[in-house]
Ligand binder design. Structure first.
Ligand code: FAD
Length: 470
């Protein structure tokens, strides 16, 4: 049994396991410590299971609402089999987790199951479920312990009726009335799942719009689209109380609007999706001379080093967007930095995606950020409904917006709400990585008929209002 490693990583989410692969590729003897299942939040209770349910529920919704228009008549109305839907989701998760185990074996990364905690700045103690312990000596250590669901101080989560995203991925019935607290990514994705399956969904959001971090026009369009599937929105509402009577099947939520008027909501389930918080409990950071900041994060420099230069921290447990692909990039960066390379991440070019339908995706600066910074910019946009491809598939909601520097024409931000926006945003990321101008994008041939044509048209619109099909 090995006791000494070049690198010990604590946490096997997308940050930790990708870091392990890259470190192994670079010849570092690596151990990966995990207290639960390989793959972390993302694979087990985050990205993958939520997308599995989003896809299943979208199929159901399409079959119910659009098949007949496509000329497909079903002998009887489709019925939701939630048990099967959840079990298919679990199969997808299990296969993906097995895939990570395969990758660890292939790259000769030693996986050590148990809770990792610091014994000292160079020793990680791993306590297995049966209480046995193992000491791992490490030249370098990466903390990749991720995050857990956040909550409001006055809400008592009971895991049955007042739930987080984790339980929402495992429900045994389709809620009749689902109250969602928080109109961010997770609330809207899981709210969409159940709205499509027939729940009446009410979203309460403190800010004056949903997905407040994204470009304002995206939030406006998404509100319109989600209203079409029956989701009701209460923005600028501050939740005051969430109460479930003992053993009762109803939850009462009280919220105040911006004028102080109180509204009362009643549902059989309440999903609390008010963000996530960094997870560091059990790590015994103090034994390594480390501490967390006022937001519970581990402070790091531009190389993701903590106060102890050989201890790094990555992913949801440090500053920045809580996204799987951001955690992965950071995992790669620290492995390469340790190996003597000079890697770099441009955080401005980490795309943000919401997997509702239509999907929303953005990269770079929003129009609100450009206005606030005083930078002179020009904007071009193009409606998805003007595309032949969109009409053929009947997914006509949405738009593409391209923001470019007023003088140089360099693309500063691209924001898309459309079917397949999550994939479409890659063109914008590549263009911006190469510091393309809006005109560069507008001169690239885009296959016809595709949704991607909207990116070219929006770029044409940004360069002198030259869109062709508008
Ligand atoms: P995590 O994935 O949280 O992994 C941390 C791991 O560390 C866990 O396995 C945990 O058990 C382990 N661990 C913690 N402490 C210890 C310890 N002391 N010892 C041993 N092991 C420990 N992001 C996207 O980019 N796209 C999406 O579509 C998306 N969808 C999401 C949907 C939902 C419902 C949720 C909740 C999140 C979603 N996210 C999505 C966010 C994404 O899951 C996280 O940003 C990502 O998982 C962070 O990766 P990480 O490696 O930092 O940590």
């Amino acid at each position: 049994m090995n006791t000494s490693f070049d690198l010990v990583i604590i946490g096997s989410g997308p940050g930790g396991y990708v870091c392990a692969i890259r470190a192994a590729q670079l010849g570092l003897k690596t151990a990966l410590v995990e207290k639960a299942k390989l793959g972390g939040t993302c694979l087990n209770v985050g990205c993958i299971p939520s997308k599995a349910l989003l896809d299943s529920s979208e199929h159901f919704y399409t079959a119910t609402k659009h098949f007949s228009e496509h000329g497909i008549d079903l002998a009887s109305a489709p019925v939701v089999n939630l048990k099967q839907m959840i079990s298919r989701k679990q199969k997808v998760v299990d296969q993906t987790v097995d895939g990570v185990k395969f990758l660890m074996d292939k790259n000769k990364v030693e996986v050590v199951y148990g809770l990792g905690s610091f014994e000292s700045a160079n020793v990680v103690k791993v306590t297995a479920e049966d209480g046995s312990t193992r000491m791992l000596e490490a030249k370098n250590i990466v903390i990749a312990t991720g995050s857990e669901p956040g909550n409001l101080p006055f809400i008592k989560l009971d895991g049955e009726r007042v739930i987080t995203s984790t339980e929402a991925l495992e429900l045994k019935e389709v809620p009749k009335n689902l109250i969602v607290i928080g109109g961010g990514v997770i609330g809207l994705e899981l709210g969409s799942v159940y709205a499509r399956l027939g729940s009446e969904v009410q979203v309460i959001e403190f800010a004056d719009r949903i997905i407040p971090g994204m470009d304002g026009s995206m939030s406006k369009e998404l509100t319109k689209s989600l209203k079409k599937i029956g989701v009701q929105f209460y923005t600028s509402h501050q939740v005051q109380s969430v109460e479930r009577k003992a053993k009762a099947k109803t939850v009462q939520v009280k919220a105040k609007d911006s004028k102080g008027q109180e509204l009362s909501f009643e549902g059989d389930y309440c999903l609390v999706s008010v963000g996530r918080k960094p997870f560091t409990s059990g790590l015994a950071l103090e034994k390594a001379g480390l501490k967390t900041d006022d937001k519970g994060r581990i402070a790091v420099n531009e190389h993701l080093q903590t106060e102890q230069a050989h201890i790094y921290a990555i992913g949801d447990v440090v500053r920045g967007a809580m996204l799987a692909h951001k955690a992965e990039e950071e995992g790669i960066l620290v492995a390469e930095y340790m190996a003597g390379q000079k890697p770099h991440i441009d955080y401005n070019l980490i795309p943000n995606v919401v997997y509702t339908w239509p999907e929303v995706a953005g990269v770079g600066q929003t129009e609100e950020q450009l206005k606030a910074s005083g930078r002179a910019y020009k904007a071009g946009s193009f409606p998805i409904r003007a595309l032949g491809r969109a009409r053929a598939s009947m997914d006509i909601d949405g738009l593409v917006k391209v923001l470019a520097d007023a003088q140089t024409d360099e693309v500063l931000g691209v924001h898309i709400i459309s079917a397949r926006a999550a994939d479409m945003i890659a063109e914008a990321v590549v263009a911006m990585e190469f510091r393309a101008s809006a005109e560069d994008i507008s001169r690239i041939s885009h296959a016809h008929p595709t949704y991607m044509e909207a990116v070219k048209e929006a770029a044409l619109d940004a360069t002198g209002k030259r869109a062709l099909h508008m």
